[in-house]
Design a binder for this molecule. Structure first.
Ligand code: NAG
Ligand code: NAG
Ligand code: NAG
Ligand code: NAG
Ligand code: NAG
Ligand code: NAG
Length: 611
């Protein structure tokens, strides 16, 4: 967690705020910023193994002893120390009253210091301590009175320890605590009163434990809580009455649990809730009143569950929902009114389900939807007007499906659509009116389909199209009338097709074309045009290095940067995680026999003298 996000109690000096942000960087974040001041001018001794810094403006002293391989606390810490950095050492325990003389200490960092235990009296005397970092140690347990000595604590970091239980009353009296992180321990149950008295708590992290059950009384009294993280536990259900006393909660993380059932009204009364993450669970169905009254909800994540169906109007109260994630479930169909009430929704993810059909007008009412992801389903066909009413849709993802054809009016109503992704279907049959009305379209990806021809009027309305991706189809020709409307297209990929010829007239209308890939076709000749080409991919064609290629040879020699011999293979994986693939961009002559195997650019001028 980043403590710098949350408000600090009044009176915490600016220096401490700065130090807290450094603390988030961990023990090694400090290198290079440590001030080096061997001894204070006023005679305060700095322990020999540490370095000390005095802030003249706030008149505060910080002592840095991070990562010094210490096995014992350094002696002689100056009594006026305000911030003490002891992280990254190897103290197995902290003896009683170790900091007794540091009554002015506000910040103490003991992260990653090999601590297996803390004496109950270890923190004796630290009445002014605001920020205590004990993360990444080996603490198994903490005695009930450990924090009795530090009533001023605002943030307490205990994540990444080995805590398996919390003693009743451990946090009693910490009325100023706003950030408590108990994540990544081994907690299995919590006492009913674990968080009693933490009236100021804003953020509670319990992620990464083994909690299987939350009792109704647990979060009572946390009236100021804004964020509750219960992700990565073993919760099996979300019961009613557990979260009701959290009127100010804004973010609730329940993802990566084993939740199979959400009780009706489980989230009742959470008017401030903006973000609810239930992804990566086992939820099989949702009731019509699973989410009543969540009027403030903006994001609802239900992806990676076992939802086999949706009921009509399940989300009807979520008037301000902007993002609904339903990907990676088992949805076979969408009922009528599945998305009723979601007038503010901007992102709807339904990818990786088992949808086989869409009903016409099935998304009506989603008037603000900008992104719709239907990739990796098995839609075989799109009914006419499937997307009616989605006038604000920007991006439509239909990749990796079973589409075999695009019928007329498939995309009717998508007057604002900018990007249409149809890669990896089996589209062989395209009606010439299927892309009608997509006047704002900028990018059309039809890569990896079964197209054998392009209807003459297919692109008629696509006067704004910039990217046209047709790679990995079975096209044997690019008809000039088809490409005619593409006045703005600057990127055209027809690699991995069966083009045998590309008549000069075909590309002539594409006056803005800059990038053209013709790799791996059956082209024998090509005249480089239109004039503005900046990059040509030509590898993998049986070039006939006769007079017809004279112009291409001249172009390649005059503009070597446009036809480099070696290029970064592009747009074939779309996978940023893969290292870039480098590929040859050879223009290898297949004929005449005397030139076979030579690169066109290496063929001597004399061969073209007679042309
Ligand atoms: C700490 O000990 C390790 C090995 O035991 C050594 O490599 C490292 O340099 C030591 N660090 C300091 C700051 O003395
Ligand atoms: C910490 O110190 C103990 C001895 O006190 C030693 O056995 C152990 O290896 C040390 N751990 C590290 C990480 O240096
Ligand atoms: C605290 O200060 C007293 C007197 O100044 C000194 O004797 C004692 O050793 C100090 N204790 C610690 C833990 O530094
Ligand atoms: C849509 O779903 C596909 C398939 O899982 C995924 O790869 C892609 O990242 C998603 N795109 C968006 C914008 O959500
Ligand atoms: C051309 O396509 C074939 C079959 O798809 C493939 O085996 C070959 O590697 C491709 N050649 C190039 C240069 O990409
Ligand atoms: C491309 O040309 C280089 C030499 O410039 C050659 O080593 C390589 O084998 C050629 N690649 C193909 C696929 O012809």
């Amino acid at each position: 967690m980043a403590p710098s996000r949350a408000p600090l109690p009044a009176g915490v000096p600016a220096l401490v705020v700065l130090l807290v942000s450094w603390a988030a960087l961990g023990p090694h974040g400090l290198e290079g910023v440590e001030p080096v001041a061997p001894a204070d001018p006023e005679g305060l001794q700095c322990p020999a193994v540490c370095s000390c810094g005095h802030d003249d403006f706030t008149d505060e002293l910080s002592v840095f002893c991070s990562s010094r391989n210490l096995t014992q606390l350094p002696g002689g810490l100056p009594p006026g120390t305000r911030a003490l950095w002891l992280d990254g050492n190897n103290f197995s325990s902290i003896p009683a009253a170790a900091f007794r003389n540091l009554s002015g200490l506000g910040f103490l960092n003991l992260q990653g210091s090999g601590l297996a235990s803390l004496e109950p009296q270890a923190l004796l005397g630290l009445r002014g301590l605001c920020h205590l970092h004990l993360e990444h140690n080996r603490l198994h347990a903490l005695a009930a009175h450990t924090f009795l000595h530090t009533p001023g604590l605002a943030s307490l970091g205990l994540s990444n320890n080995l805590l398996s239980r919390l003693d009743e009353g451990l946090f009693r009296g910490l009325a100023h605590l706003w950030d408590l992180n108990l994540g990544w321990n081994s907690l299995t149950v919590l006492p009913d009163t674990a968080f009693q008295g933490l009236a100021g708590l804003r953020e509670l992290v319990l992620a990464g434990n083994k909690l299987a059950y939350l009792q109704p009384a647990l979060f009572c009294g946390l009236g100021e809580l804004r964020e509750l993280d219960l992700s990565r536990n073993t919760l099996r259900s979300v019961k009613a009455n557990v979260f009701v006393k959290l009127p100010k909660l804004q973010k609730l993380y329940l993802d990566h649990n084993l939740v199979a059932a959400v009780a009706p009204g489980a989230f009742l009364g959470m008017k401030a809730l903006r973000w609810l993450d239930l992804s990566h669970n086992r939820v099989g169905s949702l009731l019509e009143d699973s989410f009543p009254g969540l009027l403030g909800l903006h994001v609802l994540r239900l992806s990676h569950n076992a939802l086999a169906g949706l009921r009509p109007r399940t989300f009807k109260d979520l008037h301000f929902l902007e993002e609904l994630q339903l990907g990676h479930n088992r949805l076979r169909q969408l009922p009528e009114e599945a998305f009723a009430g979601l007038g503010q929704l901007e992102v709807l993810a339904l990818n990786d389900n088992q949808l086989q059909e869409l009903r016409p007008g099935g998304f009506l009412g989603l008037r603000n939807l900008a992104v719709l992801n239907l990739s990796s389903n098995c839609l075989r066909d799109l009914p006419e007007r499937a997307f009616q009413g989605l006038a604000k849709l920007h991006s439509l993802h239909l990749e990796g499906g079973c589409l075999a054809r695009l019928g007329p009016l498939a995309f009717a109503g998508l007057s604002g659509l900018r990007r249409l992704f149809l890669k990896g279907n089996s589209i062989a049959d395209v009606d010439e009116r299927s892309l009608g009305g997509l006047a704002e379209l900028l990018e059309l990806d039809l890569t990896a389909n079964q197209l054998t021809h392009l209807p003459g009027r297919l692109f008629q309305d696509l006067g704004r199209l910039e990217y046209l991706l047709l790679a990995r189809n079975r096209l044997s020709a690019l008809p000039a009338d088809a490409l005619g409307p593409l006045q703005r297209t600057f990127w055209l990929d027809v690699s991995h097709n069966r083009l045998e010829a590309l008549p000069a007239a075909a590309l002539a209308p594409l006056s803005r074309l800059r990038f053209l890939s013709l790799r791996n076709n059956s082209l024998r000749t090509f005249a480089p045009q239109p004039p503005g080409l900046e990059r040509l991919w030509l590898e993998g064609n049986p070039w006939d290095c006769g007079c017809a290629l004279g112009a291409l040879r001249a172009f390649a020699l005059q503009q070597p940067a446009s036809v480099p011999r070696f290029v970064q293979a592009l747009a074939e994986g779309d996978d940023d995680r893969q290292p870039p693939v480098l590929a040859y961009n050879n223009i290898t002559c297949a004929s005449p026999p005397s030139l076979a195997g030579l690169d066109l650019r290496d063929v001597g001028e004399a061969h073209f003298a007679h042309c």
